[in-house]
Design a protein around this ligand. Structure first.
Ligand SMILES: [Zn+2]
Length: 467
């Protein structure tokens, strides 16, 4: 068995090398090869690691990167996977890279982001010490039933883990919080306190209208965004659990950072004082990401100072935002893939005080979702709040025309909306409309992102900027 294990590691490592030589940075194939040769390979090498896992629909990458900062601040050596390698094969490749030929780990700690749909499968092989679940939202590909089956799959994955595994869960998400309901494992919840959210009794979002336990209709004491907030079920009494880490006030919400006041329960930290922290990211969804990471760090007994420092120093903008400087102007690429994420990006754009030049690149290939009706769930009407700052709106991609129609229906000034199908021209015209010092925002769906990125790379002679 030892020989088989070593042989598998050798061949997988060779596969990684060859792919690199061919300049194909693939993370899927080596893991797949390893599984073929030795189905227990991941289980056998991951056993020696202390594993922190992050899963959920939105915010996995940002949350993982903030936890990474916490580890760095505590001089912990670790391995981690990138968001493109968050399925079973990619995770396997990550572990194989991190062990010697005999399967001995180079470091003790592994920070692993897992796709929520793959989580159930991944936990057949890994036994994490902590699991952070960010939230459950409907991706544009999902139907409602699929969202619940994803939740159930994550639940099955958690049920399989031993009772020492600590769960870090979003208290404000009725679906995510249900994972901590009557569990045998230690749970820490994080969320927004009532004073830090809006008063609202209505659940305006349709992702989770009905009680997961009795199908009663949720009511809300307070509301943050989407289906997140102080939910409760009048029928069976299931309600938002008390949060161990709570944002008690949003002091300032700027376009590049958020100031929050927060505190912890005694169970999570000895320090029960209120803290004010400037999270170096905009948007309430990033406050959730920072709280998830902080709760994880504190539950692992890292100090308040190192946790706070990570929240303050973390830099990334969006989970996936990339800036390209072109002379004295810049292009910002932000991936859009579902209504919730899209709404957060629009929120971010309207918070800024700069003129707005935006291109929407909408494709409907398999990886984007072939049904583009999700665009009607995006709150483009919100852009009207920044009407006087909108200079130029370009729509493009395979469904550029549909996108233009959607913008027209949102009541925006149609004279500012143009359909340009050619990406070269999108870039040229977009940059032309930006004044010096300004920014041109490109919001593509997944496959449109790959296309425009290729063109930008060539046009501006960029190195591999997508990391
Ligand atoms: Zn209920």
């Amino acid at each position: 068995m030892k020989l088989r294990k070593t042989l598998t590691i050798v061949i997988a490592k060779l596969t990684i090398k060859i792919l690199r030589l061919l300049k194909k940075g693939g993370t899927t194939l080596p893991g797949k090869v390893a599984f073929k040769l030795y189905p227990d390979i991941l289980k056998s090498i991951a056993n020696d690691f202390e594993i922190i896992m992050v899963t959920g629909t939105n915010g996995k990458t940002t949350t993982s990167r903030i936890i990474e900062e916490i580890l760095k601040n505590n001089n912990v050596d670790y391995i981690t996977n990138k968001s493109g390698a968050n399925l079973l094969s990619g995770i396997t490749t990550t572990f194989i890279q991190a062990v010697s030929l005999f399967g001995k780990p180079k470091y003790k700690t592994a920070l692993i982001e897992s796709d929520e749909a793959a989580f159930n499968q991944v936990t057949k092989h890994l036994q994490p010490k902590s699991v952070v679940v960010t939230n459950f939202f409907r991706d544009q590909l999902d139907r409602f039933g699929e969202l619940y089956s994803t939740l159930n799959a994550v639940k099955s994955g958690l049920d399989r883990l031993d009772e020492k595994t600590t769960l870090i869960l979003n208290a404000d998400d009725s679906m995510c919080a249900s994972l901590g309901h009557e569990t045998d494992k230690p749970v820490f919840f994080y969320g927004f306190g009532e004073a830090a959210s809006e008063n609202s009794s209505e659940n305006i979002n349709t992702d989770a209208m009905f009680c997961i336990f009795c199908k009663g209709k949720y009511k809300y004491k307070s509301h943050v965004y989407g289906h997140l907030g102080g939910f409760y079920c009048p029928e069976c009494g299931y309600s938002r659990p008390a949060a161990d880490l709570e944002c008690i006030a949003i002091e300032e919400a700027a376009s590049s950072y958020t100031n929050i006041k927060w505190k912890c329960s005694k169970a999570l930290s000895n320090d029960e004082a209120e803290h004010t922290t400037q999270i170096n990211l905009p948007g309430l969804y990033n406050v959730y990401n920072a709280m998830a990471a902080a709760a994880c760090g504190l539950s692992l007994a890292y100090s308040y100072e190192t946790v706070q420092k990570a929240m303050e120093s973390f830099e990334c903008g969006f989970g996936r935002m990339e800036t390209i400087n072109v002379g004295d102007k810049s292009i910002k690429l932000i991936l859009v893939k579902n209504p919730t994420g899209f709404n957060q990006v629009l929120n971010f754009l309207t918070l800024d005080s700069q003129p707005l030049n935006i291109a929407f690149l909408i494709n409907d290939k398999l990886a984007d979702g072939t049904d583009i009706s999700w665009l009607w769930d995006v709150d483009f009407e919100h852009l009207n709040t920044a009407n006087d700052r909108i200079v130029n709106l370009i729509t493009s991609g395979i469904r550029g025309e549909d996108m233009a129609v959607r913008l027209k229906y949102s009541g925006l000034d149609t004279r500012k909306i143009r359909i340009i199908k050619d990406y070269q021209r999108v870039i040229d015209e977009g940059l032309k409309a930006v004044s010096s010092g300004g920014c041109f925002y490109i919001l593509p769906t997944y496959t449109a992102m790959l296309d425009i990125r290729g063109i930008l790379k060539k046009k501006f002679n960029l190195k591999e900027f997508w990391k």
